[in-house]
Write a protein that binds this ligand. Structure first.
Ligand SMILES: Nc1ncnc2c1ncn2[C@@H]1O[C@H](COP(=O)(O)OP(=O)(O)O)[C@@H](O)[C@H]1O
Ligand SMILES: [Mg+2]
Length: 236
């Protein structure tokens, strides 16, 4: 079992103390959500997990892999795939070319073809827009494309940074359904969201982050009923 375990992480950007004694755990097969407002440290957590920034202290292990030591490309090769905030698809490349980019470290062409086919099966709207330029897609379709590209990389652990950002509620639901299906197919998911309501609907467990520190955690259903969470994150 490859559990992701962060313990006592301290992370700084020069003098900005972005993560404070952060400890979280994600078990294989779970959808775990990391909730918090702007500036809480959600993106920093994902950047650290994918080797883009290094903590000052603390441990981050995924199974027996030390995430604080490995390079980003080695982590991708191991199946740790990060879908960054703001999707970052390539706007002048077609949908199909964007999907193929996900396979840049995959040597087996048949495997790439299979995964692309799966992405189209899961998200038929991408298939309908196969030859369209990425930049001409709607926000929701761009998010689907970013997820599709990640699927072509073969994620065992998928890190999603605010997939619902800027999307209409109906589209948020569609994207969350896709995330849930991906998880049901055997991918572990760490879902970063400001949209607590949408995330808690599909997550097994969640952590609430404030100023880089976990202030609340538990099963998603319990957090969704927690008065503190309702007051701060779920509105009325
Ligand atoms: N590259 C950076 N340089 C300096 N400070 C940063 C940088 N990235 C993030 N921060 C700061 O770290 C804190 C956490 O930011 P971030 O992880 O982006 O939060 P979130 O994703 O939850 O909005 C914020 O105070 C933010 O201003
Ligand atoms: Mg962020």
């Amino acid at each position: 079992m490859s559990t992701l375990r962060l313990e006592n992480i301290e992370l700084y950007y020069n003098r900005v103390h972005a993560l404070r004694d952060l400890s979280i755990e994600v078990n294989e097969g779970e959808i775990v959500s990391l909730l918090g407002n702007n500036g809480a440290g959600k993106t920093s957590t994902l950047s650290m997990l994918s080797g883009l920034v290094r903590p000052k202290s603390g441990t981050a292990m995924w199974g027996d892999l030390d995430l604080t030591k490995l390079n980003p490309w080695d982590l991708v090769d191991a199946g740790l795939i990060h879908v960054p905030e703001g999707r970052r698809i390539l706007s002048t490349m077609t949908v199909h070319e964007n999907l193929l980019l996900g396979g840049y470290l995959v040597k087996d062409q048949n495997l790439i073809d299979e995964r692309v086919a799966y992405a189209y099966e899961l998200m038929p709207r991408l298939l309908e827009r196969k030859t369209q330029q990425g930049g001409t897609l709607s926000g929701g379709e761009q998010q689907m494309l970013a997820i599709g590209r990640a699927l072509v990389s073969g994620p065992k652990l998928l890190l999603l940074d605010e997939p619902s950002m800027g999307l209409a509620p109906l589209i948020v639901r569609q994207v969350m359904d896709i995330v849930r299906t991906v998880a049901e197919q055997g991918t572990t998911v760490l879902l970063v969201e400001q949209n607590a309501k949408a995330a808690l609907k599909i997550a097994d467990r969640a952590y609430v982050l404030e100023s880089g520190h976990v202030t609340l955690s538990g099963p998603a259903a319990e957090l969704a009923d927690d008065p503190k969470v309702i007051a701060a994150y779920l509105g009325t």
